[in-house]
Design a protein around this ligand. Structure first.
Ligand code: SER
Length: 355
């Protein structure tokens, strides 16, 4: 494998196109983000995923690429062809899937991220301006060792309880540090280290569980909430894999995307940290089931906890503190729990499954 060529600024003599790179383009976050960026007038999207990008999204992208973020030759080609100003690095193996193959998770979640951070450095150095590197981290970076500790911790700040019990959480926490390193200290002893404007501008949000009305996550541990809602809308029974009292924070997909774009657009001097918590509502699984039943009276929801997956949810905090995101870049979710269901989830899910 070759490494990205940091001096290349042209491709075959032609000047490079501007580009906004989105990795994990086929994931539910990628879908929503591509549509939102396209609707906002972006015509420079380069979508990368290990799977073929949906036919409906292709016309919204300048280029769609089937490939792996650990393929450095592919990233070199991107560097040769594009002047990338922003990277939304969404590709990851989620928390449940990562527990079945932690080494593969490390490759994708950490090594892949490092390659993209290196691409960002090379891009910044070749065009002489910062590359915004948007990174979704997760509540999985937290770890409490008992339900008592979870209750005691309550809503946690960015700096508390950072002892994750999952590979995914370890990977995300490692990448938060790598992002800070590449942004502020990369090759700090080398004479030709990045300087001035030519730098990586790493910005990270720790997301709670995300719920979309249109897509389902795959391989996560917060999946019980979206799975329960979508199963009810499809008229299918659902056995929830956590206890009724399991509680973690959530946010709707539109609010999650809006947050990512708001942080991306924020003036750098307003940012007091590189990693921000955000949260919107924090119901228990039982509370979610009651709301789902009130909208779908025939919903058949049972609780059949899977001890291991329940253990992961028990290690995550019941909520997070997001005062810094609100103060620094104006984070303000549109949907609280009631609005999430009444204004976003229920109308859209019903329309989605009846069409
Ligand atoms: N939704 C993620 C997962 O469950 C957590 O951020 O893996």
């Amino acid at each position: 494998m070759t490494s990205p060529d940091s001096t290349t600024s042209t491709s075959g003599g032609a000047s490079r196109h501007g580009g906004t790179l989105i990795t994990g383009a086929c994931g539910e976050f990628g879908h929503g983000l591509i549509r939102t960026l396209y609707d906002a007038g972006h015509r420079d999207i380069i979508a990368l995923d290990v799977r073929e990008v949906d036919a409906s999204l292709k016309p919204m992208c300048r280029e769609t690429i089937v490939g792996d973020i650990t393929d450095t030759a592919l990233l070199s080609r991107l560097h040769a062809n594009y002047e990338i100003r922003s990277i939304f690095h969404l590709a990851a193996l989620l928390s449940t899937r990562s527990e079945f193959n932690p080494e593969a998770a490390h490759q994708v979640n950490v090594v892949g991220t490092m390659h993209l951070l290196k691409l960002a450095v090379d891009e910044a150095m070749s065009h002489g301006s910062p590359v915004r590197f948007m990174f979704p981290s997760s509540i999985a970076v937290y770890g409490v060792d008992s339900l008592q500790a979870k209750a005691r911790a309550g809503a946690v700040s960015e700096d508390q309880c950072l002892e994750p019990t999952t590979m995914y959480g370890c990977n995300k926490l490692a990448c938060e540090h790598l992002g800070r390193y590449y942004a502020r200290h990369y090759r700090q002893l080398a004479k030709d280290r990045p300087s001035g404007e030519a730098r990586v501008d790493f910005r990270c949000i720790r997301f709670p569980g995300v719920i979309s009305a249109f897509t389902l996550p795959s391989g996560g541990t917060s999946d019980f909430a979206p799975e329960m809602i979508h199963a009810a809308a499809r008229g299918e029974p659902y056995a929830c894999f956590v206890r009724e009292d399991a509680r973690i924070p959530f946010i709707t997909m539109p609010d999650a995307i809006e947050a990512l774009l708001r942080l991306h657009a924020a003036v750098a001097t307003r940012l007091t940290r590189s990693v921000y918590n955000i949260t919107a509502f924090a119901p228990s699984a039982g509370e979610i089931a009651s709301i789902v039943r009130s909208h779908f009276p025939k919903a058949e929801i049972t609780f059949r906890p899977d001890i291991e997956r329940q253990g992961i949810v028990d290690s995550w905090p019941e909520d997070t503190k997001d005062a810094a995101a609100r103060a620094d870049w104006g984070f303000k979710p549109q949907h609280d729990l009631q609005a999430a269901f009444e204004e976003y989830l229920i109308p859209n899910i019903k329309a989605h499954y009846t069409n």
